[in-house]
Design a protein around this ligand. Sequence first.
Ligand SMILES: [Cu+2]
Length: 157
Amino acid sequence: MKKILVGIFIILFMFQTSTFAHSTLTKSSPADGQIAGNNLNELILEFDTPIENTSTITLISETGEQIPVEVSVDNNTIVGKINAQLKEGTYQVSWDIVGEDGHPINGTYLFMVDASETTQSPSDQLESDSRGSFNWMGVVLGVIVVLIILTLFTKKR
Ligand SMILES: [Cu+2]
């Protein structure tokens, strides 16, 4: 009976920590501290869980000017379209979200705009990131398959 109770407590504890973990920012474009070109026209923030549609971001220039962004939320991602061309300087992104567990969470990070840089569009960048890891997985799987075939072949002989 004691063992069962201890087991139940352990399961409840694990369930609680996994269910009630705060949502956090896992990836953004531009990233924290990144130097972007002045062709930058969108911000993309990815979180580790789905977030509420009321979640938002604000973009503030180093002179304290708020740059209008058209915010849309899709599952775990916030996209902010920037309709004006950004001047050179440092910008602060503030994100203010309601996570999967209903907790409001916020944070800020900075990025720079330098006219001599040309950034890929953020969505291209995120796509090439995932494409890169997919290719890597493919290579690993390929090597494993070759090893299995070689092992089978040598065993048969
Ligand atoms: Cu939370």
